[in-house]
Design a protein around this ligand. Sequence first.
Ligand code: ADP
Length: 486
Amino acid sequence: MRVLFASSEVYPLVKTGGLADVSGALPAALAQAGQDVRVLLPGYSEALTKAEGKRQIASLGDPLGVGAEAKLISAKLPGSGVPLWLIDCPALYDRKGGPYQDEDGSEYTDNHLRFGLLSWAAAHLSTAGSPIKWRPEVLHCHDWQTGLAPAYLQAWDLAERPKTVFTIHNIAYQGLFPAETVSRLGLPWDMYQMAGFEYYDSLSFLKAGLVYSDRVTTVSPRYAKEIQAAPHGCGLEGLLAERAADLTGIINGADYAVWDPSVDTNLTHRYKPADFITGKAANKAELQAELGLAQDPDAPLLIIVSRLNDLKGMDLVLAVMPAILRQGAQLAVLGTGDKALEDGFKAVADANPTQVAVKIGYSETLAHRLMAAGDMLVMPSRFEPCGLTQFYAFRYGTVPVVHVTGGLADTVVDTTYDGLMTGTATGFAFEHANAGAFQWTVERAVAMFRQKDQWRKVQTAGVYQDFGWDRSANRYVQLYNGLTAS
Ligand code: ADP
């Protein structure tokens, strides 16, 4: 099956979150499963620098009238060697900041054009008008940045077109732009209506993807149910409930070529997952020293590797901070996000330097080292479509403490008495996203941490979980096959 995989971020070329991890690993797993996959990505300068074997293969012209030609560059994804197409258009993608925002954290004002072009190119390269002979049977789009691709295909109304799959990685980000962008993007006004891509007087890229693609998927079965109702549907619950028959939840996977402590080049002390006791002790001692935390192997080390915002429940962490400190636990935070939360964490660290360490910023290396050193990964997300860090935590012998939502509900088994006795418990989970429930669960986890035998059982159950991509990739292959056979 020929599949074009369109995404706005792909690890290891450009990453702001889980979408990049998925877009880096899933195409490789699909290729392993015998599929002929190409990944389409904007040619951000960072991506053009890191991509291997670049050569220009076509011109895409200037379809959105930005006053600059877009070129198609063929390359390979470092690591997996998956074929990659980059849209080289410096006027849109050569920027100083990240993929979506400038250095000050403000959204680029031309994001409709930047991701309009990504969507347009994904659609165009899937049709007979493409300058390239290879054309996909399935166009697989991801998140709002590619949402217009199925809309362009619909608008062009061609005899020959691919089947389309749209995957929601996070419905909270919808790509809303003023109505006048409809003509600017070359889209017909008759699609700007409630049954199309209009959303409360704005153009919604995400809604376009949901309305005009043949199938919709999201990244866990639980999230697929949750988004059919408020508040998780973020205003699109009605539409998703209508499309329930076309909506599937397929759990993400973990890329164990990148996230496994025995091969992790970010660690000075690599260890086999099964040898987590000694392996983690060495990493913990090293990290405590480096971060200025008390050198205490018996202090439970809680870690956070996350965007810092309320959706991730980071305000709840600040709320239960006094209880965490009282219990003699340590906390190491790596993240960026809301200024107030960043400042809140920094203030707690300043007041408690031997118990709390906070690194505001993005660091792939530190993320891996925290995973190896930590005893518990804290994820009190208010909602979490899938979550990837809990998979990584399992493999490193780190126990997740999570709110029961989305993919966390599907993948973390709470430590009850039965769970412990049967060896199925893999973490600690709370049902209601409030500080009281979260605090009680942290206290439960810390108490169990001090009972070493029991704690080892929970760690061991996690270490042997297999969330490799092969199973999920096979589910996507089934979905593609079903679509093209229909
Ligand atoms: P989301 O996509 O909602 O941010 P996920 O759990 O799906 O959440 O994926 C987050 C990914 O981003 C993980 O690979 C995690 O390690 C990484 N990550 C998040 N924040 C940071 C950071 N500050 N530094 C390094 N990696 C980070």
